[in-house]
Design a protein around this ligand. Structure first.
Ligand code: GLN
Length: 494
């Protein structure tokens, strides 16, 4: 018999509608899975009592015929989303004990639609990283292990989100993506992750990293689940001045399976000489799948691609250095006393921030300083405009763009930890779309030579998540990715 925790969101919703089981039963199964999976270290805070209360309310709403589209579905929430009355840490020491008095708009939308919160999940500190190793609460393990049996990172920064979903410790999870933090962990953990268009989901109540890039989105086990969950998360919010006032379509209805005549662009600049052969082979395979489904394949050029990483690693730290100025020991979390106000600030920040966050604050402060602003920040802003124009030009001749999601499968703990540049190279395929603000999705499409998931990325036109999801649905069906990690964390090898 299929375990309740093995059901996709779409199947769980059907089972709930059918009265095959209740949300309380489903939630109890997940609470047990969360408790049994602590060795993965995905959850930083578990909220089982709250979950069961919310599940009971969802069951009551279903009985009353007022159930929302996510009613009774247990979720993991990235610990970057403020949750009222529930510890919110951004996986940073500096937010010790911070319990928000308000709820983020996106999580409010999910609760409005009946979803259930299992708890908060780990991330790279303040969402800065690609491996979840910079979390103050310790590294998270990828539920997938390579053929050699050694552990792998889950990707980042939404590593706890992806690990929780891949280990069936949540039906789905919220993530945030600033330069790839939804798409890359989804790729590393064999999941679907969509970064919507900038402005599609409200950033209000999501702790800011780089405000012009940050975008909430779901990490799920299927494209349909992503469509359902994005429909709940998205929407205009007057409290976020960059939120866009445009109706939220029925994303699930976009999954027609028909992509005949659709134009798929293949950007030549993404064919990196040093990319592993298996990544390029999977990309070619993706092209063949889409061709077989009736799409037209078009060679395109995104000429400024090579500037995307250096541009991102100026713009993102610049905004981070400004956003993180608020953590001073006065307003939130940690305070380390000193013999003057200034030394209290300095002591708090020195102790409260980890190395990667400190590095970004230093870089950001440097590129914004009077003497270097024109040379770095201003130049990066100009390049960002050129990168966005590349996409605009490309979309004159194609509807979506197909690329790999990441240049490798999940790597081992510590492998890139001492070399920030090699860690930053992980974002090479995801960062351009973040700079341009266009939507992107990662779909599990195959396994690496040593048995780890590999993802393909589809990028779309601004606010055209429907086409992105439709093509993703076709790729998902063609790839038929059914592999699962082997449950080492439960001791059950079935
Ligand atoms: N890995 C990238 C970084 O460290 C992206 C992070 C993110 O998208 N939050 O900045």
């Amino acid at each position: 018999m299929t375990k309740l925790t093995d059901l996709s969101m779409a199947d769980a919703l059907a089972g709930l509608d059918n009265k095959d089981f209740t949300s309380v039963e489903l939630t109890e199964a997940y609470v047990a899975a969360v408790e049994g999976g602590t060795s993965i270290n995905a959850y930083t805070t578990q909220t089982p009592e709250k979950a069961l209360e919310m599940a009971a309310a969802a069951d009551a709403s279903r009985a009353a015929g007022t159930a929302g589209p996510m009613a009774g579905i247990p979720l993991a929430i990235k610990d970057l989303y403020c949750t009222e009355g529930v510890l919110t840490t951004a996986s940073s020491h500096i937010l010790d004990g911070f319990t928000p008095a308000y709820e983020s708009t996106v999580t409010s939308n999910l609760w409005r639609d009946g979803a259930v919160m299992l708890g908060k999940v780990s991330l790279d500190e303040f969402a800065m990283g690609s491996s979840n190793e910079t979390s103050f609460y310790g590294a998270v393990e990828n539920p997938w292990r390579a053929g050699d049996g050694k552990s792998r990172v889950p990707g980042g920064s939404s590593g706890g989100s992806a690990a929780a979903v891949a280990a069936h410790m949540a039906v789905a999870a919220t993530g945030t993506d600033t330069g790839g933090s939804i798409r890359q962990p989804a790729s590393f953990c064999g999941l679907v992750g969509i970064k919507p268009t900038y402005g599609r989901c409200s950033r209000w109540g999501v702790i800011a990293f780089a405000s012009s890039l940050d975008q909430p989105g779901p990490i799920t086990r299927s494209v349909k689940d992503a469509a359902i969950m994005l429909g709940s998360m998205a929407g205009y919010d007057a409290k976020d001045s960059t939120s866009i006032d445009t109706p939220v379509p029925d994303y699930a209805a976009a999954l027609t399976g028909d992509i005949r005549g659709l134009k798929v662009g293949i950007p030549k600049e993404y064919r990196l000489d040093d990319a592993p052969a298996e990544i390029l082979a999977l990309w070619d395979q993706g092209v063949d799948w889409l061709k077989a489904a009736g799409a037209e394949i078009i060679d395109i050029s995104l000429p400024h691609t090579k500037y995307a990483l250096p541009t991102y690693y100026i713009v993102a730290p610049a905004e981070a250095s400004s956003n993180l100025a608020r953590y001073d020991g006065v307003k939130y979390g940690l305070r380390v006393p000193g013999d003057s106000l200034d030394s209290m600030y300095a002591n708090t920040r020195a102790e409260g921030f980890g190395d990667e966050v400190t590095r970004r604050i230093l870089i950001g402060t440097y590129v914004l300083s009077a003497g270097y602003y024109d040379a770095y920040y201003l130049k990066a802003q100009k390049l960002r405009t050129l990168i966005a124009q590349d996409f605009e030009n490309a979309y004159a001749s194609c509807d979506v763009i197909l690329t790999p999601t990441a240049p490798s499968a999940a790597f081992g703990p510590g492998e890139n930890a001492d070399d920030p540049i090699s860690m930053y190279l992980n974002d090479v395929f995801t960062v351009p779309a973040s700079l341009a603000g266009v939507p992107g999705i990662s779909i599990p499409a195959g396994l690496s030579g040593d048995g780890l998931p590999l993802g393909l990325q589809l990028l779309g036109k601004p606010f055209d998540e429907e086409t992105v999801l439709r093509v993703a649905g076709v790729l998902e069906e063609a790839a038929n990715f059914t592999a699962q990690p082997n449950n080492w964390w439960t001791g059950d090898k079935s």
